[in-house]
Design a protein around this ligand. Sequence first.
Ligand code: G4P
Length: 284
Amino acid sequence: MNYQWYPGHMTKAKRMMQEDIKLIDLVIELVDARVPLSSRNPDIDELGKNKSRLILLNKADLADKNANKKWGEYFQGKGYFVQEVDSRSGAGMKAISAIIQEACKDKIERDRKRGIKNRPVRAMVVGIPNVGKSTFINTYAGKACAKTGNKPGVTKGKQWIRLNKNVELLDTPGILWPKFEDQAVGLRLALIGSINDEILNIDELAMELITFLKNQYPGTLEKRFQLDESEEKSAVQILEEIARVRGCLIRGGELDYGKASKLLMDDFRSGKLGKVTLELPEAE
Ligand code: G4P
């Protein structure tokens, strides 16, 4: 799903979040493990203050394992609970219930002291578009869950998914707006495919990716396309080789850069180039 973020949409998203956040104990924030900072909006810290916080490094299956570990430590160091997940396969999900209990133990203890027994923790999922919120909810909540009806005192229309006797999840995720103002952030979001390709120049994106991979993951392109990635070669020359190796031609036998760029970006986004992370905590 693609969103055009006009100021009006941002204000509306923020207002909805402010309303929903009042109802919950825990914010489950999804970030993309390949770009954990670029795919989050720090406004959620202000919106979610006084709430328990869990950050899920989603799409961990597409990201660099060492980098996932570093990001886990980074967010833990900032006081969040963190877990790596692959919402598509369900990997990493089993640990979440225990983490939720731990993250909300102060609230559970407060309830107990007030004589409130077994009130489930209420949580909501938030994140920028495309980060995997719906996939996560579907996989995590699974088929076993039951939707609970509207509750008295709760805003009309809100649906809660009963995950188990301890946790309820708001069934509609909160949508956070990306930080487009920062160009480096915009580029990383474009690389992972979170921004509509039609509004971007795919050749430029492909060349940015080639330059990044050459510097940070040398050998990746050589391995995938059996080409020579030597230092002196420019990104354009490498793109040219990809076009040649893969037979991306237009009529008349000329190389089709657009097709080669698309092919490269698709390979990257689907993990065919390997597990790649585009930003590291030490660089921030
Ligand atoms: P959203 O609600 O936050 O907007 O995101 P959504 O769940 O729609 O997921 C966006 C895309 O990311 C989907 O792919 C989804 O399958 C994929 N995805 C979500 N979580 C993971 C994950 O942990 N690992 C991987 N590899 N992919 C994930 P799509 O191409 O848009 O749809 P489809 O081809 O899966 O149908």
